[in-house]
Design a binder for this molecule. Structure first.
Ligand code: ADP
Length: 160
């Protein structure tokens, strides 16, 4: 039974994230999506809201569970008995940060591999922050986030 954790802020979850989750469960037996409680980003959605949205849009994908975590990612991965950390890679700009993180995580837990999945071309420009920006100004985000996320964003920004 090979378990992977897919950590992130998911503020909110996008179709780019979902694509990575779907592809990760086709490689691993189980994927635990880890919604980070404490990081350095000020989030639009609370931890509970972010977890609830991820749960709701992954409900139909077998082999996926969603949990929040705080503290070190490698400790969360160990608790979940994961053999790998999954991360998505978009543009060159992701590379440096991801490279640093994976080296640090390897130092902290040498038995844990970081596996990078390349973004799907249609989502290569997609990030939670660009979605928040567009939605806050009333821009159309249809097809870029699950319908439920679209609804919640429109509501949050007062367009519904
Ligand atoms: P973090 O704050 O940890 O970067 P994010 O929620 O922004 O959390 O992203 C979680 C992971 O998903 C990261 O590995 C990120 O590179 C990846 N990711 C985000 N958007 C996309 C996308 N459109 N395509 C592929 N991977 C993505």
């Amino acid at each position: 039974m090979k378990v992977a954790v897919y950590p992130g802020t998911f503020d909110p979850i996008t179709n780019g994230h979902l694509d990575i989750i779907r592809r990760a469960v086709s490689i691993f037996d189980r994927v635990v999506v880890g919604v980070a409680a404490d990081n350095y980003k000020k989030t639009l959605f609370s931890l509970e809201e972010r977890v609830e949205l991820v749960r709701s849009v992954t409900r139909d994908i077998p082999g996926v569970t969603v949990k929040s975590f705080s503290g070190l990612l490698v400790d969360f991965a160990r608790r979940e008995e994961a053999v790998a950390i999954v991360r998505g890679l978009r543009a060159v700009s992701d590379f440096e940060y991801e490279f640093q993180m994976s080296i640090m995580n390897k130092k902290l837990a040498s038995d844990l591999e970081t596996v990078f999945l390349m973004t799907a071309t249609e989502y290569s420009f997609l990030s939670s922050s660009i979605i928040r920006q567009a939605a806050s100004l009333g821009g159309c985000i249809h097809g870029l986030v699950p319908p439920e996320v679209e609804r919640v964003l429109l509501k949050r920004y007062g367009f519904l």
